[in-house]
Ligand binder design. Structure first.
Ligand code: HEM
Length: 497
């Protein structure tokens, strides 16, 4: 085995040197964006660190808001200013409307038969329209209020019990489970948590996002693909895909027997009805249904839970903001103990808090990568078709030129005078992306986050356990990966207000 590894490394190095000299000889007369120094074979991969959004932000502080990196031999454009993001996602949006699809993403998405990786075109448009009509439209979001209320009420009961016994709770876990149960009910018709054969949402989503993102070395350097086998990442992906496939198979089987008789069909029922209709505009087979359901169910869970988790973290670190928010919620929502979606619409400070959380902690800080389909000139630089594009929303949303010298501070009040919304009209604020590939789940995600937060804050006062140094504020340490949630779970004491 060691001998094989050595031979592969020697061969790879030899080939890279050969290619390097070849590319020097043939270098076209093009004007490329600045690039940081890179290593042979791996290019700039080693500079990404565990927190790529931070590492790329530091690199762009030195090399500018438009940089060209290499992940292995793949050219990757890094965009770190609102001005360049506008050129990519507005001026040339159509040319940047595809996604790069790595080997793992190809496997998970069944070759782009989902929504995130589907090539821009008719199939993507049809699937997006199905998901919007049957799940994500304002009408559908409003109609799922009852399911949200049931799950939020259960969460409140757990917290009441903890309050009565003065015990701590792992709020991160409770929030993830609650969001996944809401999505279970909305997408799959019921919640599957606790059932035999069910899936661990957090683990599966994490593996999915790792596969989607700045994924393993072998994805970018084919000659090093064997590393995935040795480290076990290939096997892990295989296992997760199978586990999720089996779970969805079970869900589909249950629906196949009952869909026709249901009074209020769920999202899976709707997809099955469309699949059986031979005249439907979008022809889907069973494996297409699987990947679409997978995305709707899981894609929303990590992102929405992260927003609620960071909101609680920031509020507990800023007691005066927490107090202001409690005052607003308690004055608007006086009648029932449950704060509804309708009531939340009239809470301006809550809206500002959510906006500020999404500014400082966008759950996908590098959005989802794009792929350039035709040559283009950006800010005078030549960018060739096939270049991957990463937009660093995290860096853009902390830029002091836009947000002032206190850009790193949590200050919801800064949003009072702004008319910026979530739909990517202003490229200084893009937590849900922008342009054709804008997130279609904005309505559902933001309602789930706002309503949950309003209920948590209205009903309880919060504190964390004092550490050895008496420090009583939750930390801000981020977990590794392309989705950014807390590294350590938020363990807190609720006390009934
Ligand atoms: C607060 C919660 C959420 C955040 C912050 C978020 C963020 C994002 C971002 C940044 C993108 C990439 C946009 C781009 O490339 O320009 C995206 C895409 C996407 N999101 Fe969300 N999302 C959230 C909730 C949801 C929900 C609830 C769903 C569905 C149930 C969803 C489904 C999707 C899908 C399918 C895409 C791919 C769209 C495409 O490629 O055409 N997201 N999201």
């Amino acid at each position: 085995m060691e001998m094989m590894i050595l031979i592969s490394l020697c061969l790879t190095t030899f080939l890279t040197i050969l290619l390097f000299f070849k590319s020097l000889l043939k270098r076209p007369n093009s004007n490329l964006p600045p690039s940081p120094w890179r290593l042979p074979v791996i290019g700039n991969l080693h500079q990404l660190s565990l927190h790529p959004h931070r590492a790329l932000s530091s690199l762009s502080a030195r090399h500018g808001p438009l940089m060209l990196l290499r992940f292995g031999r793949v050219p990757v454009l890094i965009v770190s200013s609102a001005d360049v993001a506008h050129d990519v996602m507005k001026t040339h949006d159509l040319k940047f409307a595809n996604r790069p699809i790595t080997k793992s993403a190809h496997k998970i998405s069944n070759g782009g038969r989902d929504l995130v990786f589907a090539p821009y075109g008719e199939y993507w448009r049809n699937v997006k329209s199905l998901c919007t009509i049957h799940l994500l439209s304002n009408k559908m979001v409003q109609s799922s209020e009852k399911r949200r209320e049931e799950e939020i009420t259960l969460l409140m009961e757990t917290l009441e019990e903890a309050s009565l016994s003065s015990s701590s709770v792992n709020l991160s876990k409770l929030i993830t489970n609650m969001v996944s149960d809401i999505m279970g009910k909305v997408v799959l018709g019921k919640k599957y948590s606790g059932e035999e054969g069910t899936i661990d949402v957090k683990t599966i989503t994490k593996s999915f996002l790792d596969a989607v993102g700045l994924s393993p070395v072998g994805e970018y350097i084919p000659s090093l693909a064997w590393i995935g086998k040795i480290t076990g990442s290939d096997g892990k992906l295989e296992k997760i895909t199978k586990q999720f496939g089996d779970f969805i198979e079970k869900v589909l089987q249950e629906h196949e027997d009952t869909t026709a008789d249901k009074e209020t069909p769920d999202f899976v029922d709707m997809l099955l009805t469309i699949q059986r209709d031979e005249t439907a505009q979008c022809q889907l087979d069973k494996s297409d249904l699987e990947v679409i359901i997978f995305e709707m169910f899981l894609g929303s869970t990590t992102t929405t839970s992260a927003v609620i988790e960071w909101a609680m973290t920031r509020l507990m670190r800023n007691p005066e903001c927490l107090k202001k928010l409690q005052d607003e919620i308690r004055s608007v929502s006086k009648m029932n103990s449950y704060v509804s979606g309708k009531e939340v619409e009239n809470m301006n400070y809550l809206k500002a808090v959510i906006k500020e959380v999404l500014r400082l902690h966008p759950p996908l800080p590098l959005l989802v990568p794009r792929l350039l389909s035709e040559d283009v000139k950006l800010k005078g630089y030549d960018i060739t078709a096939g270049t991957q594009v990463i937009i660093n929303a995290w860096a853009i949303q902390r830029d002091t030129a836009t947000w002032g010298s206190d850009a790193q501070e949590f200050r919801p009040e800064r949003h009072f005078d702004s008319t910026w919304d979530f739909v990517g009209r202003n490229f200084k604020y893009i937590p849900f992306g922008a342009g054709r590939r804008l997130c279609p789940g904005i309505g559902l995600g933001s309602v789930m986050a706002s309503v949950t937060l309003a209920n948590l804050v209205k009903r309880f006062d919060w504190r964390v356990e004092d550490g050895p140094s008496g420090y009583d504020k939750p930390d801000l340490v981020e977990g590794a990966g392309i989705d950014v949630c807390r590294k350590f779970p938020l363990v807190v004491f609720p006390s009934s207000a």
